[in-house]
Design a protein around this ligand. Sequence first.
Ligand code: ATP
Length: 592
Amino acid sequence: MKFSKLTEYFEKLEETSSRLSLIDILSDLFKETPASEIEEIVYLIQGRLAPFFVPLEIGMAEKNVAKAIAFAFDTTPEKVTKEFNKLGDMGLTAESLRSGNKLNTNENMQLGLSFSLKKVTVGDLTVSQVFETLTKIANTKGEGTVEKRQNLLSTLLQKMDAKSAKHLVRIPLGNTRLGIGDPTVLDGLATAKLGDKSKRKLLEGAYNRTSDLGLIAKTLWEKGLSGVEKLEVRVGSPIRSELCERLPTPDKVIEKMEEVDAQYKYDGFRVQIHKDGNRVRMFSRNLEEMTHMFPELITASLKQVKAENVILDSEALAYNPDSEEFLPFQETTKRRRKHGIEEAAKSLPLKAFVFDILYKNGKQLLDKPLSERMEILKETIMEDDILIRTKNQIIKDPKVLATLLEDSISRGLEGLVVKKLESPYEAGGRNFNWVKLKRHSAGELNDTIDCVLLGYITGKGKRIAFGAGALLVGVYDKKTDEFVTVSKIGTGLTDEEWREVHKRADRISVSKKPARVNSTIVPSVWIKPEIVLEVLADEITRSPVHTAGKTEEEPGYALRFPRLVSFRSSDKKAEDATSVEELIEMFKQQVR
Ligand code: ATP
């Protein structure tokens, strides 16, 4: 496929503000895509060159992309910057400059750049050729990287029409504006190849096991649905985490689940540990590779794990074994900073509380019952103080469970996770196989809600200085892959927090409602759904104004007295926010 053809589709995707038409456009695109390019196209749609968990980023600074544009289109970096200041987007800048310039030659030579000025027709590059050069840019390292990358990018730009140039330059800037979520890509693939978007379900198992949309698409094109269904867990590719449902009290737990494996709920960082021979890699709950952040866990995995290859599920947190103190989540997340990791590993060493094993010595263990996985885990980790096997207790008496909950809270933990003994590991699932049990205080829901910032309403008076008066927040509708509104948060934020919101939000503000946002409220400024805020509220109520859970007949759901607890973007993607289903479940459970 020609790259210019692909960008025609990008144009359409960018234009639409309806999610259903996103699926249709994607499906038309996929129908035209040959097996040899489907993987590349699936990654490019999300502005990437590899699945999310592979840290292959092109990462060029704005000023360097500006230089590449200048070289390609026979102008000066100053002129590019001027145009950029006017248009506010490098894609539009490239488009505008390309439109005013047919094909480059001389001025660049005077700037000292050496291009191979082969005669090319604008617009005849294929997707694969562009993908290959972008990959080369991403892999360029060492001395002269900046110049080499500029050179490669401007060589590509020279051969492109205006629209292609617009979309191309957004890729190295990490600024593709299509905002297409994984479920929507799966819907598109299912529609194109299996005839109907409801067939997305058939692809989801493989997606939950491999987290790799490109691999799924390629397999579907080459081997059909049966090939996709056979895709297994791979060491090195993160498995989508199993998550918890909520129940309000120990009594309710035993009533519903009868007998449970009860474990402490540690409030740290979810880390999936993949060990393959001498190589250890780690992934966060939102599937990001974070190996470099936890050197002490690498050493411990090599020392303590008795298996050639293994995938473990764990919660990492800073813990002082002498005082038996667990450090709060905020302290632990400081470790995500890129600098000072070695020092932090010394001053604030982490422990990983391992609570599950998903793969061992070439065998996938997802289908084994929890009780069996816990036995296998016992034989796999040697005693030590870095990887610690989570203590667990089998309980069927609600009183015993209540005492354990008290015990956990008195230790400064969040509560308990109780699990069904016979349950398999349901990658990507959130159901009553795993249930979290937390402390409950009067006048509060017994759990926070992770909301996505969708926009803000400009404030009056003092707040205007910070550019926000109320935040429009939503939750995630998994079925439709949309963000639906649940609340406006206006009170309870400190001036500092408003500034922080403003700082994070304004970088990703957009001029119109993103296609995957469903809202009847129109804020002053729309924000790309990326920022996750942890919110506490007194109650969930029904509301005709909000779109969360709203149907033609029924009103939606809203939060009463919402207040910001923390920013959670460091470990959660927008799609990891609380889902509509969970919200409704919490509504049903609330003690009235
Ligand atoms: P919260 O925001 O309440 O921490 P969450 O939205 O991050 O929850 P949940 O599904 O509600 O995720 O809770 C499960 C999380 O609890 C897991 O993602 C994991 O990080 C953590 N956790 C701590 N201890 C355990 C345990 N023993 N078993 C499973 N998960 C645990």
